[in-house]
Design a protein around this ligand. Structure first.
Ligand SMILES: [Zn+2]
Length: 372
């Protein structure tokens, strides 16, 4: 049964309202008491709602508020980077309850990476008490097919089978799974309301980008909406060679990998520690200029409330300031967004993954399917 009187719709109403009495539910749905109470009994039995505090006596019977059952419900979020994994157990709105991190080397292949990471994740989940795991989210530094969770065009995950993540997760958990591009998940995590339109750009080893329009994440026809790392940019001449084999990609100018090669610095942490050095500052300015000009088109097309810069390099104040200046110089007055560094830092992807999992698990159609 679906539509505006289904179990899933009813749960959505209870969840979004913060809880309602039976009488309030009758009034706001227009359902008959018999049908409504039957649906509520099912939701109570499945542990999706619970009877909470008393709202006072009405008609001789104590009315209690029916609330969405989020107590002890948790999500496992695994953010697979190119050099390390972040593993978190969160509540249903993405607040971290426990976290762990471990180094990894994606080039060792899917099995060598996913085995230890998911072992660690299982331990982190098991270390809680009184919790119920409702779903799993995995962020990857690659494009993801929105329908199948398959990892696409894995330049960063070379040699990984498209279904490596889904297979490895399914072998451990019989629960809903969301696999999402890490920057796109971070864009969801950065949103402050369901109405916000936002562009999030991650500048770390590579460059990623996620776009949220009015609360909905933009995936595009092929799952690569916002994937700006390999768009042809305008910078120094001759254009630098990119890891993808082409010349002049944004990533070849502005990614952490490109900066490390240009400066002869070994790692991102070393680079961020040396931003005050003139050569490093100049390279960062050049990278930000190319990024800012490239982003101006995206910003004009999407017209976001905010352009949020994240990732270990993206949050650096000199880079944020320079991108802001370029965007403001290039974009028409009315289209200028707030440009800021991420306040969530590396928690943005985890929070976004948790939100995406929660949306999937409690979507009215998913609830109706579970009831059916
Ligand atoms: Zn490229």
């Amino acid at each position: 049964m679906s539509g505006v009187t289904s179990h899933g719709y009813l749960l959505e109403l209870i969840r979004s309202s913060g809880g309602l009495s039976r009488q309030q539910l009758v009034e706001s749905t227009g359902m008959s008491r018999g049908t409504l109470f039957g649906r509520l009994d099912t939701l109570l039995r499945l542990g999706l709602v619970y009877e909470a505090e008393s709202l006072g006596a009405t008609g001789g019977r104590r009315a209690r508020r029916i609330r969405f059952e989020d107590r002890g419900r948790v999500v496992l979020a695994v953010d697979l980077g190119q050099t390390h994994a972040r593993i978190s157990v969160t509540d249903l709105v993405g607040t971290e309850l426990r976290r762990a991190a471990m180094p990894l080397a994606v080039e060792l292949g899917a099995a060598a990476v996913l085995g230890p990471v998911l072992d660690h994740a299982e331990k982190l989940v098991a270390s809680g008490s009184g919790e119920l795991l409702v779903g799993i989210g995995v962020g990857v530094p690659a494009a993801v097919d929105p329908l199948t969770n398959a990892v696409l065009h894995p330049t960063t995950l070379a040699g990984w089978p498209a279904d490596a993540v889904t297979e490895a997760a399914a072998a451990r958990w019989d629960l809903p799974l969301v696999v999402e591009n890490d920057a796109r998940a971070a864009a969801v995590g950065e949103c402050r309301s369901d109405e916000e339109t936002l562009v999030y750009v991650k500048v770390a080893t590579g460059i990623g980008c996620g776009i949220v329009v009015g609360g909905d994440v933009l995936r595009g026809a092929g799952g690569v909406a916002g994937d700006i790392g390999h768009v042809r940019a305008r910078g120094s001449d001759p254009p630098p060679l990119c890891r993808c084999g082409r010349r002049g990609c944004l990533a070849a100018y502005s990614s952490g990998r490109a900066l490390l090669e240009r400066l002869g610095i070994a790692g991102i942490a070393d680079l961020t520690a040396r931003v005050a050095e003139p050569a490093v500052a100049a390279a960062l300015t050049d990278a930000a200029d190319v990024l800012g000009v490239t982003l101006a088109t995206t910003v004009t097309t999407v017209n976001p409330h905010r352009l949020v810069l994240g990732g270990s390099l993206g949050v650096l104040a000199p880079l944020v300031d320079r991108v802001r200046r370029q965007v403001n110089d290039t974009v028409a007055d009315l289209a200028r967004p707030t440009v800021e560094g991420s306040a969530l830092g590396d928690r943005a992807t985890v929070r976004g993954l948790a939100r995406l999992v929660t949306r999937r698990v409690y979507a009215p159609e998913a609830v109706d399917a579970a009831v059916g």
